[in-house]
Structure formats: C-alpha cells, structure tokens
Design a binder for this molecule. Structure first.
Ligand code: GTP
Ligand code: MG
Length: 553
C-alpha cells in the first residue's frame, strides 16, 4: 500500500511496538526519520487528485485481453497504473503519466450514434471499449480488484482464526479498510464530476472528505464531496492601485442561498448530462445543503456539498489522529463495527449515534489514558507553524500539519485492554451532566440538556450529536456495559476456530438491548453461538448487578 511508502503507517507502527528502553531509543530515531519523510494530509490529497485527473474509467467487454488493451491505450502515452474491477460489468481504471495523454485519447474517440434515442454530446473521461469480433479466450483474464466489503459471516470466520483480540482488531481493520484502488476510484469520481461543474466554474475543484480520506473509511462507505470554489477568489491584483476592475456578479440573499443555487444548477447538470449518474436528489434544505446521487460505474453513493471547509478540516484532524498510533484506527474500526452490528449506527438518518460521533468518542477516550495515547486538539494547535494558520468563518481551525512535531508519551496498553476500558468508560460516563470535549481532552459541564453532547471540534458552540435521543444513548450505554462484562468472562476469551470468541463474540445479538429481543429467535439458528448464548443468558442476572455496582462507584 502507498501508505507504507508514504512512511505514515510505519511511523505509527514503530511507536506502538516499542516496549523496552533499548528499542525505544532506536525507535525514536526511526520515528523522527519516518515522520520527516511523511507527507502532510494536504500533500497526499493533492497527489491523489492530480493522479485522478490523469486517469480514465473504461467499461470493458467481459473477456479482456489485458496486453492488447494496454498496448492499444499506450499509443496515447505511458501508463502509470491500471486495475480492473466489477460494477455493472467489467471496468478498468487507467492512469497515464501525463495529462496530454488524456487530450490525445479524447481527440481519437467519438460520441456514439444511438438508435431510437439521442445522446447528450458531453465528452467525459468515462469511456466504453468496443472490441470488434469475438475474442479468443486463450489469454488469461486480468485480476479483478474487490470493491465491496466482506460479509459479516466472512468477518466472523476470519476473526475466529486469529490468536488474540489484538490480532482480531488488526485483522478487522485490514479487512474493512479502503484499498489503494478504492481510494483512487473515489478521487476519480470527484474528478469526473469536476469536469461537469467546471463547465460553470473552470477554477473549481471537487474534493473528497469524510471517511474517504480520514483513514477510517470502510469499503462500501459513501463518497462525501466538497465543491471547492476558493480558487475563484484568488486575486492577482494588488490593492491600492489607482484603477481596478472587478467582476459584475449576481447577488443572493445569503451565503447559504448562493450555495443552494449553485448546487441546484450543478445537481440538474449531473442529472441530465452526467454519464453514469443516477437517482440525483437535491437536498438543499438540509443543515448542510447537498446533492445526492449514485455513480453506477464506480458503484458509489455520493453526497456533493459546497462551502463546507470546516468539514474538510475535521477530516484532516481525524486523519492526523489516525496516523499517530495504529491502535487508534484499530479501535475505531472495532467500535464502528460493533456499533453497526448492534444497530447503534444506521445508514438511515435519525436519532442514532453517527460514525463521526463514535470516532470522536474513541479519540476522547484515548486522550484520557494514563499516559495519554493522543494529544488534545489544543495541543495540536500549539504545535502549529505559521503556514498552518487556518481561520474559517471566524473559527480558529489551526492544527499542526507536520506529524514529526508531535511527541507522544509511552503507553503500551494492548488493544484488548483498551477495548475493555472503552466499554467500561462509556458504560459509566456521566452523560447527564458532562460533555465530551476533544479540544480540552477533558469532560466539561454540558451547556444544554441534549442526551449526548460532543463538542464540535472547530465550531465550538455546536454539538455534533444533537440528533441523538435518550433511547439511543441508553442503548449505547447498555451495550457498552454488556460488552465490558462479556470481555471479563474467561469463556469469551477461549479461542475456538468454529465458534465466535473474543471480539467476534461481542458482535452477536445482545440480550439486554431492545433490538436484541427481536434477533433472539435468529440466534437460535446459529449453533456456533450456543456457548455464548448461555453466557449471555446468565448476563441478565449477573451482569446487571456487576454493572450497577460499578456505575454507583
Ligand atoms: P461514514 O459513516 O463512513 O460515511 O463516515 P463519515 O465520517 O464519512 O461520516 P458522514 O458521511 O456522515 O459525514 C462526512 C463528514 O462530515 C464527517 O467525517 C465529518 O467531518 C462531517 N460531519 C458529519 N456529521 C457531522 C456533524 O453532525 N457535525 C459536523 N460539524 N460535521 C459533521
Ligand atoms: Mg461519509
């Protein structure tokens, strides 16, 4: 993976594995070196965006002679990278080493003549390969890269084969995380969309944010995009000269109204001209107005927003936390998977806790360890250099971009311990009076009476979990207590390759939460979980007491 060559994961890996002081000294040298070599979030995004601009997406016939295919395309220039995948048929992503190749390629191809219908003559980088005559099937088929997540049963099986809870969580991350190809595809879909929006705003950029770039995305997650118009405001004219010109512009009632009107026009254009874009919905009345659509050639669900720079900064912040120590990503992937398995999170908007909130809860928990595993947001701000200064709509969003400036304390807690303590921490957290604040790294007095208060990291007067109701919070707390209790049971930790143990056992339907009642009949169909079933049944009596006692201390 590119991540390794970027030196980011390496840096974190080194920090985690150092236990003795001899290794520590060695490690510190390596850490500093790796950090120096590592690129900033912005540099990584820029590299990927630029590569996407040099790429095309080609729908292919089912039998592909890879060599002939590449020879044919190489007439237009050197190919840097390519891969095949399936989504509504076979597809190929081809990245050229120069943008001129794209121009040359586009010059050589035609708009098809369609029978009984008419075509919108929009020349995009989404192409179809026509292979005349029948192809011989003697040649080997290219390898297709998987773009969908593993099923829960595949995951459970894989987890059962591991040797410890730590290995299980590492394996979970490796199985669920976005692949290098999937990330390229996410940048490519943004770049293809940019070509449409660029018809109106040639200087615009469409950037992915959220879990596509924050290092916590799992295969199959949506692509959150921002239409970035900041390039338009860049000015070359010096102030104070005697004469100056400015553009005449149409005015809107507010920033929000202008964003809504731009998105509505681009949404219409995506709907009517965008090849492969289907199910376009303009959701312009939302707190953050957006255009939602499905991009069939990549299989992605996309949410296009505009004027949303703070969200991009949040993505950078989460990315940074994810790079500082590998345990952060493993714990986040574990907690997110656990929450999804128990319907604490949902793909439907509502009173549920979101993945974004869960991630901040993990960050906050890791800031509370002794010694802390993660620095506070205020500490990240203090370490920032002059070029890191960032103020968005009056909010100071400054954070350090150079990871090598961040000194971490030595904490060697295992993932098993952290998982156990995460559940204990939130199973007993005083949600009724305290708020979660990653800027201070300490709980604060809750400023309002909402069930769950997690301070927005950059817009500090806002609560990112305002939507969560008391019922959903209670379910989260009950399930956290149950999982904390389960992790204390020896039977759960007994390894077995044919029934879920360790982390996999925590994914089984619960007996304490409301949602678990419904799925209990389903559980009877799973003989592998009968051992766990007995345990869970006894939880009703024992667990309730244990947790109640703990909670009152
Ligand atoms: P997935 O569930 O995997 O899509 O995770 P995600 O992090 O991409 O979450 P989502 O698609 O819901 O939101 C995308 C990004 O928008 C997040 O990463 C945050 O940066 C931001 N975001 C989401 N919800 C909120 C919120 O309630 N408040 C604020 N300020 N930002 C939010
Ligand atoms: Mg998302």
């Amino acid at each position: 993976l590119d991540k390794f060559s970027l030196g980011l994961e390496t840096q974190a890996q080194i920090r985690f594995t150092s236990t003795t002081s001899a290794i520590k000294a060695q490690t510190e040298n390596k850490t500093a070196k790796a950090a120096k070599e590592s690129k900033t979030f912005q540099a990584i995004q820029e590299e990927r965006r630029e590569a996407a601009e040099r790429s095309v997406l080609i729908n292919c016939p089912p039998k592909i002679n890879e060599k002939k295919f590449l020879d044919y395309l190489s007439k237009h220039g050197t190919i840097n990278k390519h891969f095949f995948y399936n989504s509504y048929g076979a597809n190929a992503v081809v990245e050229f080493s120069s943008r001129e190749s794209i121009a040359s390629l586009k010059d050589s191809i035609n708009i098809p003549a369609v029978e009984h219908e008419a075509a919108v003559p929009f020349k995009s980088r989404l192409l179809s390969l026509k292979w005349p005559g029948s192809q011989s099937s003697n040649h080997p088929m290219p390898k297709f890269k998987e773009q969908s997540p593993a099923s829960i049963s595949e995951i459970t099986q894989l987890l059962s084969e591991q040797d410890s809870i730590d290995e299980q969580l590492q394996c979970l991350t490796e199985t669920l995380q976005l692949t290098e190809e999937n990330i390229s595809l996410r940048f490519l879909v943004c770049s293809l969309l940019r070509d449409i929006a660029g018809a109106y705003f040639p200087e615009c950029i469409i950037r992915p944010f959220g879990s596509s770039v924050n290092s916590f995305g799992k295969l199959g997650c949506d692509v959150d995009m921002i239409l970035d118009l900041n390039g338009i405001y860049a000015t070359s004219q010096k102030k104070g000269s005697a004469l100056s010109l400015e553009y005449q512009v149409k005015r809107g009632a507010s920033e929000r109204a202008v964003t809504q009107s731009i998105l509505s026009v681009i949404g219409k254009c995506v709907d009517q001209f965008g090849p492969g874009c289907v199910g376009v919905q303009n959701i312009l009345q939302a707190r953050c107005p957006l255009v939602r659509f499905a991009h069939q050639p990549t299989g992605f669900q996309c949410d296009l927003t505009a004027n949303n720079r703070v969200a991009m900064k949040s993505s950078e912040l989460l990315f940074l936390y994810g790079q500082l120590d590998p345990r952060v990503r493993h714990l986040v992937f574990g907690v997110r998977c656990w929450a999804r398995a128990h319907s604490i999170t949902s793909s439907i908007p509502g009173a549920w806790i979101t993945n974004f909130s869960l991630t901040l809860m993990v960050v906050f928990f890791l800031q509370q360890r002794n010694p802390p595993i993660l620095p506070t947001l205020d500490q990240l701000k203090e370490l920032a250099g002059p070029s890191d200064k960032c103020v968005i709509e009056g909010n100071d969003c400054t954070i350090v971009s150079d990871l090598s400036k961040i000194a971490l304390q030595q904490n060697t807690d295992t993932l098993e311990k952290l998982l156990q303590e995460f559940f204990e921490f939130y199973g007993n957290f005083p949600f009724n009076k305290a708020s979660i604040n990653i800027r201070k790294g300490k709980e604060q007095t809750k400023p309002e009476t909402t069930a769950l208060y997690i301070q927005n990291p950059f817009e500090t007067t806002l609560n990112i979990s305002k939507n969560v109701n008391a019922t959903q919070l209670e379910r989260f707390v009950a399930l956290s207590r149950e999982s904390a209790w389960l992790l204390q049971q020896k039977e759960i930790l007994k390894q077995s390759s044919d029934s879920p143990w360790g982390f996999a056992a925590l994914l089984l339907p619960s007996v304490t939460s409301g949602a678990g009642v419904k799925s209990r009949s389903k559980r009877k169909l799973e003989p592998a979980s009968s051992r766990i079933k007995n345990l869970l049944d006894s939880l009703k009596i024992k667990g309730g007491e244990t947790v109640a006692k703990k909670g009152s201390t």
